[in-house]
Design a protein around this ligand. Structure first.
Ligand SMILES: NC(=O)c1ccc[n+]([C@@H]2O[C@H](COP(=O)([O-])OP(=O)(O)OC[C@H]3O[C@@H](n4cnc5c(N)ncnc54)[C@H](OP(=O)(O)O)[C@@H]3O)[C@@H](O)[C@H]2O)c1
Length: 206
């Protein structure tokens, strides 16, 4: 068993979701409201550790009405800083680490979050999904970054995808799927929507 997973990301017109050393705002106000409405309906929001280290996101519901989902950080080496916003008291947080994560860091994180250890060097995402399902999480919003998106898609753990296309060009940076895919993944068109100057594309995985 696994939760239903919705991947959401916003990218530049040339396909990048971030750029090193540059803080880029992708979503306009309407898109923020759309994403926060999905957050409010989700049981969990999941991100990779690099997103926490780069953006320090709250991962809470602020631009829509509804409760805050459980925050999930995929962090093999327990690198989540103790002062990260995802560890504040506004919602419960799960830090998924690997079994090789330093014990001292794991123990410190346990004071602020629920720590799940799975996988040897990297977090075992299939096993993490099974644990989340056992904990009662039925739907999870995956909010990147590109490396975690790639692993989740490649393992067949993503059920639907929303891509917001923003009218900016970055030239280079981190792609919404960061790294290569070992297989072709077919998606089925499920709709599109214009939100001001942005386009939101919706696909289901087959
Ligand atoms: N525009 C958007 O919608 C959006 C959304 C989110 C993020 N971003 C941007 O994306 C960038 C970060 O993306 P990123 O690709 O560098 O990193 P990321 O996907 O946020 O995090 C990747 C890290 O997660 C950890 N991880 C642990 N187990 C994993 C597994 N099984 N599979 C994959 N990752 C695993 C790895 O680090 P460890 O081995 O240390 O655990 C890995 O390096 C930032 O620039 C951020 O601003 C943009």
């Amino acid at each position: 068993m696994k939760p239903y997973v919705t991947l959401n990301c916003a990218m530049s017109l040339d396909g990048f979701i971030g750029k090193q050393g540059l803080r880029v705002r992708f979503s306009n106000e309407e898109d923020k409201r759309r994403v926060h409405a999905i957050r409010a309906k989700s049981d969990g929001i999941m991100v990779g550790i690099s997103t926490v280290l780069t953006d320090n996101p709250h991962l809470t519901v602020r631009h829509a009405k509804g409760k805050n989902p459980v925050r999930i950080v995929v962090d093999s080496n327990a690198r989540t800083p103790l002062n990260a916003k995802v560890l504040d008291s506004s919602a419960p947080t799960i830090i998924a680490v690997s079994r090789r994560a330093p014990i001292v860091r794991r123990k410190r994180l346990q004071e602020a979050a629920c720590v799940i250890a799975t996988g040897e060097k990297k977090v075992d995402l299939k096993s993490l999904m099974a644990s989340l399902s056992e904990m009662g999480l039925k739907c999870v919003l995956l909010e990147g970054g590109g490396t975690l998106n790639r692993s989740m898609l490649e393992l067949g753990l993503v059920d639907e995808v929303y891509l917001t296309i923003t009218p900016i060009l970055l030239g280079d940076g981190i792609r919404w799927i960061n790294g290569t895919l070992s297989r072709k993944i077919n998606l089925a068109y499920a709709g599109s929507r214009r939100l001001g100057d942005q386009m939101v594309l919706h696909y289901k995985t087959k």
